[in-house]
Design a protein around this ligand. Structure first.
Ligand code: AMP
Length: 280
């Protein structure tokens, strides 16, 4: 496995791997790799093409009130995991390599990125789309692997690649959960044991909503009311949004069409911001 920290080296190596391997897969991450990332990397490896894992804590995706320096970083463990999974290249540039002094160009998507997390994190998606466009330009993968856990990211990147004619396929891997249902996240480590217990109400609420749809409920209002009721029983959980949305546009919907609707939740659990979703 090769670890690359410069854009120029990444370009050269990507172009070699692409021609040798008949294509190239990219798994973009912010590092501190866990079972969710592992499943994505395994899916990318199973696709048979050489795999680049990018590890970059993107300063542009953090708001001014968000703790960029406090984001967990576990470089040695990340490299060991990638090596074990047979990853060909880890691309782990420093921030100044990606955004050198005087950097002033941005890519933004202005519809799908607006609702849900776009409301409470108004500069987040511009950071994510800018980095994503740069990674596509540097690495030129033909396939990118992303997690269902961040379903709005998937929808925004799909819109971006369509709108800007990037020739890349986005593959989505299911959300990896702990045995008790909590979606695996870098943030889970910040939870106290009481908070962690209360955080379980998020996956429970999603499951309840899915069960309601399976038994015939179609009204978004009823689903959201039930979910809000379940979350509301926990005083450390503060809902940021709980919304039934169209999986392509992320716009709120009134009636659920089974298989074509998502229920997305973001909540503060203590000081930790968690997100999760389910296909209804
Ligand atoms: P991050 O490192 O948080 O930027 O995430 C990198 C990729 O891992 C994104 O595509 C996420 O959706 C995905 N991911 C994070 N957590 C999970 C999970 N629990 N299950 C599946 N994919 C995940």
């Amino acid at each position: 496995m090769e670890t690359i920290v410069t854009v120029s080296q990444m370009r050269t190596t990507a172009s070699r791997l692409r021609s040798e391997g008949g294509g190239l897969s990219l798994v973009p991450t912010m590092g501190a790799l866990h079972a969710g990332h592992e499943a994505l990397i395994a899916a990318a490896k199973a696709a048979g093409r050489p795999v680049v894992v990018s590890i970059f804590v993107n300063p542009l995706s953090f708001g001014t009130n968000e703790n960029l320096p406090g984001y967990p970083r576990t470089p040695e463990a990340d490299l060991a995991l990638c090596e074990r999974l047979g990853v060909e290249v880890v691309f782990a540039p420093a921030a100044a390599e990606i955004y050198p002094r005087g950097y002033s160009s941005y890519v933004s998507e202005e519809a799908v990125s607006r609702p849900l997390c776009g409301v409470s994190r108004p500069t987040h998606f511009r950071g994510v789309t800018t980095l994503f466009a740069k990674l596509l330009n540097i690495i030129r993968p033909d396939r990118v692997f992303m997690g269902q856990k961040d379903v709005q990211h998937v929808a925004v990147m799909r819109k971006l690649t369509t709108d800007l004619n990037y020739d890349v396929e986005i593959s989505v891997a299911p959300t990896v959960r702990e045995a008790d249902g909590l979606a695996v996240s870098v943030r889970n480590k910040e939870l106290s044991s009481t908070e962690r217990n209360e955080a379980l109400s998020i996956s429970r609420a999603l499951k309840q909503a899915k069960d309601m749809v399976d038994s015939g409920v179609r009204s978004s209002d009823r689903l959201v009311a039930e979910v809000t009721h379940i979350l509301g029983k926990h005083n450390r959980v503060r809902v940021i949004y709980a919304s039934t949305v169209d999986p392509v546009t992320m716009e709120a919907i009134r009636e659920v069409e089974p298989g074509r609707a998502l229920l997305c939740i973001a909540a503060w659990v203590g000081e930790t911001r968690l997100t999760d979703n389910v296909v209804l």
